[in-house]
Structure formats: structure tokens, C-alpha cells
Design a protein around this ligand. Structure first.
Ligand code: PGA
Length: 251
């Protein structure tokens, strides 16, 4: 068993409201007593200030779902890393597959966002993962390697002492179709191996989360794998009891 601390992260995506967020956090806080892992949630940008105050007296960390790779300036509609820090974020997702596929984020842009996040003291959660077509073509390791390498080229291996990786097979996100624990473990081990090739200590210490239709029913077996250090949870993070059950599975 590894000594890495487990983390369960909630990616709320474009969901929530002032009222719903308050109820969800109240539900989470009520059940946190039985949770031993680290927990964080990523609400949409407009709710960061609300969540900062709702989470202030709790151990739940705050994260954002993306950030700009640019510094402050004329970038209408963008949000930069320092702003996220000021609003109490500790984490930020980088390169979520929805950002890559729907908003055209390239490997290079994702790498630049990763560096911008660390530059402001945020912990980036680098999301990688293959599409169904890529998996069926036997390209899973190649795709994940390419996505990781783009960040390594810009940020270096040591940058992963203060970053996390999330393996999220695109075909498993929001589809109800989960990677089997063995499929996920194989890719997690591959990712750790890529990092170990450059720095063994960094590879041993970095937490690699699994994401893609994690539910209370499958979390225990996934989190029991040697190289799976927790989860990045979408749909199930919007239901307090489900998210808490997933957190307990990481205990
Ligand atoms: P899901 O989403 O749990 O709803 O599959 C995971 C994610 O996109 O991070």
C-alpha cells in the first residue's frame, strides 16, 4: 500500500445556484465526520466567493474548473490564476476533456495553464485521457503520454511535487460506463512510470485520481488499486450522500 494521501474532488461543471450550493455544502459538512481523505470541490467561477465563505470553517478545499494561461490584461471573459488564489482556491483543474474537446484547448495551451497555475501558487490537477476511438485503436498509452509530455516539456518533472494528475477516459465521463479497476490501474501505472523515468521520488509521491462515472457502487474497488489515489467526481458530486459515500470509499 502506498502512503499517498487519498483525495476526492468534486467537479460541479456548469451546475449550481446560490441556494443549491448552500444545501449541498450543508449536506457534505453534516457527513464529513466519517471521511478520512482530503476533499475538495470545484464550483463554477461565479460561486467561488460563496463557496470560499461556506467552506471557511470546514476542511473541504476549494478549486476552480479551469483558468487562463494569460496574465492579467485584455482577455475578455477569462479568469487568471491570481484571481483564483485571491478567491480562496487551492486547486484548479487543467485540461479537462470537456475543455479540450468543446473549447479547443490544445496540449500546448493546457501546459501553459499548468505553469500559470503553479506560478500563482495553485495546485493544478492535470486531466488526461483517451477517447473511445483512441482506446479501440490501441492508442490509450500513446495519447496519455503525449498529453503528459506536453506539460513535462514546459514545466519539468519536479513540478509534479505540487500537482496532481487525473486520468479520465473520455468514454467514461458522464456515460455511466466506468473503466474497470484493472483498466484504470494499468493507465495509472503507465502515468506513474512516465514520471518515474524522470524522477522516481516525484512519481512515488504524486497523487493520480481516477475520473469517469465514479459512483458509490464502484468507488471502493477503483480506490483499492495500487496507483489510484482517489477520484475526480462529476455527476455524483452534486448529490451529498453519493459524494460522501465515495469519499468514505477512499478512507
Ligand atoms: P462524471 O464526470 O463523474 O460525471 O463521469 C467526471 C468528470 O468529468 O470529471
Amino acid at each position: 500500500m502506498s502512503t499517498r494521501r487519498k483525495l476526492v474532488a468534486g467537479n460541479w461543471k456548469m451546475n449550481g445556484s446560490l441556494v443549491a450550493n448552500e444545501a449541498l455544502v450543508a449536506g457534505l459538512v453534516a457527513g464529513l465526520g466519517e471521511v478520512a481523505c482530503d476533499v475538495m470541490v470545484c464550483p463554477p467561477f461565479p460561486y467561488l466567493a460563496q463557496l470560499r465563505s461556506l467552506l471557511a470553517a470546514t476542511p473541504i478545499g476549494l478549486g476552480a474548473q479551469t483558468l487562463s494561461e494569460h496574465p492579467v490584461g485584455a482577455f475578455t471573459g477569462e479568469v487568471e490564476a491570481g484571481m483564483l488564489r485571491e478567491l480562496g482556491c487551492r486547486y484548479v483543474l487543467v485540461g479537462h476533456s470537456e475543455r479540450r474537446s468543446l473549447f479547443g484547448e490544445t496540449d500546448a495551451a493546457v501546459a501553459a495553464k499548468f505553469v500559470a497555475a503553479q506560478g500563482a501558487g495553485l495546485v493544478p490537477v492535470l486531466c488526461v485521457g483517451e477517447t473511445l476511438a483512441e482506446r479501440e485503436a490501441g492508442l490509450t498509452e500513446q495519447v496519455v503520454s503525449r498529453q503528459l509530455q506536453a506539460v513535462l516539456d514546459l514545466a519539468g518533472f519536479a513540478a509534479f511535487t505540487s500537482a496532481l494528475v487525473a486520468y479520465e477516459p473520455v468514454w467514461a465521463i458522464g456515460t455511466g460506463r466506468t473503466a474497470s479497476p484493472q483498466q484504470a490501474q494499468a493507465v495509472h501505472a503507465h502515468i506513474r512510470g512516465l514520471l518515474a523515468a524522470g524522477n522516481e521520488a516525484v512519481a512515488a509521491g504524486v497523487s493520480i485520481l481516477y475520473g469517469g462515472s465514479v459512483k458509490p457502487q464502484n468507488a471502493l474497488e477503483l480506490f483499492g488499486q495500487e496507483d489510484i489515489d482517489g477520484g475526480l467526481i462529476g455527476g455524483a458530486s452534486l448529490v451529498a450522500d453519493d459524494f460522501l459515500a465515495i469519499c468514505r470509499a477512499a478512507n
